[in-house]
Write a protein that binds this ligand. Structure first.
Ligand SMILES: Cc1ncc(COP(=O)(O)O)c(C=O)c1O
Length: 415
């Protein structure tokens, strides 16, 4: 039994079944590459589902971990340490928000955002306003796996096994202003959007829809909440994707790359929203610990000092242009979309999309497929043109081969 088989056997016996893992056992990484137990190098265009923004083996992250871990790793939130205010300063100034709450994951940040919305509506009611408790979420949305998060996540497969989930959620057709207007009323305490839907197939929100959501929320005092867990923290070339639209939400959530791979989530909000919470209403044992805060500050400072957001924009544009070029040669690619380094290439068949992901693995390139038909690219921000070129060459080969195979099959059927 090789090492991979040993781990597979042990996991099959010991772990609660939640994942269908690819048969790869990773042991180390270097820049944009991750290495398996045999030393085989894979170009990672998924970066741990959008987490490893600085790539693997980043000395910035390693040094921040080492330095802070020698001092203090955990305190709990019963006491002060200097890290939370330092990180909150960095995040609020870059996102035009006022206040922050730190936690450990995306779903946890999202739960906090939902609780803020309900508590804020409660405050407004106490102040004499007529506002309800309902959430308007979007179709194809994804917000995580906890109960509030699955209740606001569109696909039934995430909610149905756990019913009844949190009540009071209605889904709106994403980017359909008429549907949003029809479902909005003063029963709504918050409109929930992703500026770029990630799991939903890399779908950017339209300017008009985002503006309509902002205006409707303003008309009643409801909140506009932007989930930037996948598309935020620099992935689109700005700190938050909503900054491309010039629309400011009341609350936003960050996680994934925030602390360079150390688990961390953040909720950022306006002063108005923050008054909904007082001490004791929400909390976490680990959230905003000294280690995660120190690493997150180091990641943000490094991104800024090395002008990495400009690279995200430039490489994102280049990658999309190359994919569009590829789409001209391969009719299986029906759409290319995204902003910066969150990119989707939609194919005309779910079977083909699955196959392309598997074939890319044979070319030692990691990507995945979301929303059945969309090839998704979430590469590290340190990506270079040569990496894009390698991916495009591999895709070109795969699509050419597949077209030949399906052409031959069609020929046989006709014959
Ligand atoms: C938009 C969005 N929200 C929330 C989550 C949940 O984050 P986590 O897996 O860290 O709980 C994800 C995860 O993919 C996400 O993409």
């Amino acid at each position: 039994m090789n090492k991979l088989e040993e781990v597979q056997t042990a996991e099959a016996r010991l772990l609660i079944s939640t994942y269908e893992r690819n048969p790869l056992l990773f042991v180390s990484g270097e820049g944009v590459h991750i290495l398996d137990e045999n030393g085989t190098k894979y170009l990672d265009l998924l970066s741990g589902i959008g987490v490893n923004a600085l790539g693997y083996g980043s000395s910035v992250i390693e040094e921040a971990i080492a330095k802070q871990s020698h001092k203090l790793i955990h305190t709990s939130n019963l006491y002060f340490h200097a890290g939370q205010a330092k990180l909150a300063e960095r995040l609020t100034t870059r996102t035009s928000m006022d206040r922050a709450f730190f936690c450990n994951s995306g779903a946890e940040a999202w739960e906090c955002a939902l609780k803020l919305a309900r508590a804020h509506a409660g405050l407004l009611r106490a102040e004499g306003k007529q506002i309800g408790t309902k959430f308007l979420a979007m179709d194809q949305s994804f917000h995580g796996r906890t109960f509030g998060a699955v209740a606001t996540t569109y696909k039934e497969k995430y909610r149905e096994p756990f019913a009844p989930v949190m009540p009071g959620v209605e889904f709106v057709t994403f980017n359909d202003i008429a549907d949003l207007r029809a479902k909005f009323s003063n029963e709504v305490c918050a409109i929930l959007v992703e500026a770029v839907q990630g799991e939903g197939g890399v779908r950017p929100i339209t300017q008009e829809f985002f503006a309509a959501a902002r205006a409707l929320a303003d008309s009643t005092g409801a909140l506009l909440i932007a989930d930037e867990i996948q598309c935020g923290t620099g992935r689109t070339g700005k700190w938050c994707a909503y900054q491309h639209y010039g629309i400011q939400p009341d609350v936003t959530t960050l996680a994934k790359p925030l602390a360079g791979g150390i688990p961390m989530g953040a909720v950022l909000c306006t002063e108005e929203v923050a008054r909904a919470f007082h001490a004791g209403m929400h909390g976490t044992t680990f959230g905003g610990g000294p280690l995660a805060c120190a690493v997150a500050c180091a990641v943000i400072d490094h991104i800024e000092q090395t002008n990495l957001l400009a690279n995200v924009t430039a490489l994102g544009d280049y990658f999309q242009a190359q994919l569009r070029d590829l789409a001209k040669r391969h009719k299986a690619i029906v759409d290319v979309r995204g902003i910066g380094l969150i990119i989707g290439a939609e194919l005309n068949s779910a079977t083909l999309a699955k196959l392309v992901v598997a074939e890319m693995l044979k070319h030692n390139i990691l990507i995945n497929c979301t929303s059945d038909t969309v090839l998704r690219f979430l590469p590290p921000y340190i990506l270079e043109r040569k990496h894009v070129d390698a991916a495009i060459r591999a895709l070109d080969e795969i699509f050419t081969e597949q077209a030949a195979v399906s052409g031959a099959a069609e020929g046989e059927n006709r014959g």
